[in-house]
Write a protein that binds this ligand. Structure first.
Ligand SMILES: Nc1ncnc2c1ncn2[C@@H]1O[C@H](COP(=O)(O)OP(=O)(O)OP(=O)(O)O)[C@@H](O)[C@H]1O
Ligand SMILES: [Mg+2]
Length: 141
């Protein structure tokens, strides 16, 4: 797969799409086989190294509501950046991502104040904040 490839996984409800994405994201260990991303066997890493690998390489939008209720939209988007103490000012980048998603005015709002589609777009901005090599969205419809 090339770096600018776009792949869709299509199948019936309960067919295993989320299970597959959870495995690619390193969140669910397969009972057999392995997952390799950029020559790295994802499940060969320790917990800490695996978390760092996910945080820096993979942007992931889960199917369910994954935002933290007590953080604002802006704080939710910045969280993956702060978790590993990156250098630089992440706020302008986060605000610019929110603008591109058409929800710049919601930066100070809390998830409970948002519509389903707005929550979805915040999740996408959060998945992109660390400029991951690999990004995935569950249930993109
Ligand atoms: N944590 C779990 N424990 C046991 N079985 C599970 C678990 N999560 C999912 N399943 C089962 O595994 C199968 C695949 O589920 P999965 O969530 O991957 O489907 P999906 O293709 O994403 O479906 P949808 O389109 O409805 O989101 C389903 O039969 C589901 O009931
Ligand atoms: Mg699913």
């Amino acid at each position: 797969m090339d770096s600018d490839d776009f792949v869709s996984v299509v199948g019936h409800s309960g067919g295993g799409k989320s299970t597959l994405l959870n495995m690619i994201a390193g969140l669910l260990k397969p009972t057999s086989g392995s997952v390799t991303i950029q020559d790295q066997d994802v499940f060969a890493l320790s917990d800490e190294k695996g978390s760092f690998f996910r945080n820096s390489k993979i942007g992931y939008v889960p199917q369910g509501q994954g935002l933290l209720a007590n953080l604002t939209v802006l704080e939710n988007v910045c969280l993956p950046f702060y978790l590993f103490k990156r250098e630089g000012d992440v706020i302008p980048k986060a605000l610019s991502l929110l603008e591109r998603m058409g929800i710049g005015s919601l930066a100070a709002s809390y998830p409970r104040q948002l519509s389903g589609g707005e929550i979805r777009r915040v999740s996408i901005a959060r998945a992109l904040i660390n400029a991951p090599a690999l990004s995935g969205i569950q249930d993109a419809s």
